[in-house]
Design a protein around this ligand. Structure first.
Ligand SMILES: [Zn+2]
Length: 492
């Protein structure tokens, strides 16, 4: 008996050693993410060992840049700033970056013996890099634009433009479109993830605001591209709502594109109340995609059924869904009460009133709310600027993007730096809660282990903000990818 126990102990120890060795091997293969030890992160409330490790987690695991790829890179010390940690602000604090990761966080000044660069940021804040899971475009570029000889892939251009707004990772987002256009953008996503551009945000698997949304809540989405989930899954006797501008493709063609490019499809927005909607939730979740409920008139019970079937995400809570009614809670009510679902909120103060942003955060807590921009190609451009969204002309209105009719809201003009400012300003959140909503929660929900927090041994994707919360520098894997006025601050 005793001997057997001893043998068991040896076996367990051997198993632990083997697991640790496997972990190190995986980390070497996936330098951008794998080195953070879940045990340590779990203590910080980020990712527990053995937590969600689905296909999406592997798909969202970042790109080839990051820590281990830069062994030997010099140390960077950022001192004097207020460090926005997961549970408090350390002010002043010193943050040391080594080999692309946060090596140390300490309350006092750095020792003078540190080799490498030392930047002093008194009067500044340092927050984890923003992660935007819903962004169609920025500065004149839309994810569904065709690549051009002048600029190349729009997805790559968007990735290069976002760091100035503090974004270090994002999900390129599409509106409902035909299969050829979908293939084009998913090919771009694959290329951008395989070969990241210089000084660019990490490109995560795409977010499809899909063809399977409710035509009555489609907003700026082209109704001719909407299809029935039942038809897509191959059953007879069902068809999408007739439309004069219906485009010539079958619903099943869209699922074929999703299957073809599965590793590059992250989030899929759909309306579960459509015929076959629940079956589509099951079909997508079985393949590791993250189903998001949105552009939908689902009742409370229909929403709960979709959540039970595996939906874990909600697309721009309150927008393009029936309003919350005290006798008819509907989709919004189901989202607000359910911890299994993380809710996107467009944080420009126009799409959702700050009072209701506050209410939603109070109901769901910052750990279940994700700030998004729903940015379009007119984001970052002046009012009146013209661009396109999925091939349809849009114009930059005072508060949002608009279709050419001048009245239909077509996404936002928001950028993540302003989303953060709105959360701290008119919504009145603490910096810690705002950073949770802009970085920590999206990282955890997408399975980005070692991202989204300032903590030792996490990937050094971070943003330096001045006292007005304007972006001064953005770091990705410890490298400066944006510096205001293109002027890297002189090391101390
Ligand atoms: Zn959108």
């Amino acid at each position: 008996m005793v001997a057997r126990r001893c043998t068991g102990g040896r076996r367990r120890r051997a198993l632990r050693r083997r697991r640790a060795r496997d972990w190190r091997r995986r980390a070497r293969r996936r330098p951008g993410v794998g080195r953070a030890r879940p045990r340590r992160l779990g203590r910080l409330g980020v990712v527990e060992p053995g937590g969600a490790r689905g296909l999406l987690q592997r798909r969202c695991a970042g790109d080839r840049r990051g820590a281990a790829g830069r062994r030997g890179a010099s140390m960077i010390v950022l001192s004097g700033a207020s460090l926005v940690l997961p549970d408090r602000i350390l002010s002043p604090g010193t943050l040391t970056i080594e080999n692309g990761r946060i090596a140390e966080i300490r309350p006092d000044a750095p020792s003078t013996s540190h080799p490498g660069s030392h930047f002093a940021f008194h009067g500044h804040y340092i927050v984890p890099g923003f992660i935007d899971v819903h962004v169609h475009g920025v500065e004149g570029f839309d994810s569904l634009d065709a690549p051009t000889t002048g600029h190349g892939d729009p997805v790559a251009v968007i990735a290069a433009r976002l760091p100035r707004y503090g974004v270090t990772a994002f999900c390129p987002t599409t509106v409902a479109c035909g299969p050829a256009a979908l293939r084009g953008v998913l090919d771009q996503v694959r290329r951008a993830r395989e070969t990241p551009g210089p000084r660019s945000a990490r490109v995560l698997p795409a977010h499809l605001e899909s063809n399977f949304i409710n035509p009555d809540y489609s907003g700026a989405q082209p109704s001719g591209c909407l299809r029935s989930p039942r038809a897509a899954l191959g059953s007879r006797g069902s068809s999408a709502k007739a439309s004069a501008e219906r485009e010539d493709f079958e619903a099943a063609d869209i699922l074929a594109e999703i299957e073809r490019a599965a590793p590059d499809v992250g989030i899929v927005t759909l309306a579960p109340e459509l015929d076959g909607g629940l079956d589509l939730v099951l079909w997508l979740t079985a393949r590791g995609h993250r189903v998001s409920l949105g552009h939908s008139a689902a009742t409370y019970d229909e929403a709960l059924a979709a959540i039970a079937a595996g939906a874990k995400h909600a697309t721009h809570l309150f927008n393009r869904m029936p309003p919350l009614g005290h006798r008819a809670p509907g989709l919004a009510g189901a989202i607000l009460q359910t911890d299994e679902v993380a809710a996107e909120i467009i944080c420009d103060g126009a799409h959702v009133h700050p009072a209701l942003i506050r209410t939603a955060i109070a109901a769901k807590r910052p750990s279940h709310v994700i700030a998004i921009t729903d940015a379009t190609a007119v984001s970052g451009l002046p009012v009146g600027a013209r661009a396109s969204l999925g091939g349809r002309p849009i114009v930059g209105g005072e508060e949002t993007a608009l279709l050419a009719d001048g009245t239909t809201i077509a996404g936002s003009r928001l950028t993540m730096d302003r989303a953060f400012q709105t959360l701290v300003g008119s919504v009145g959140l603490s910096l810690v809660d705002a950073a949770t909503i802009c970085a920590t929660t999206p990282a955890r929900e997408l399975g980005l282990v070692g991202h989204g927090v300032l903590a030792p041994d996490t990937v050094a994707d971070l943003v330096v903000l001045d006292a007005n919360l304007t972006v001064v520098q953005t770091y990705l894997g410890g490298q400066i990818i944006y510096s205001r006025n293109n002027q890297p601050l002189a090391p101390v």
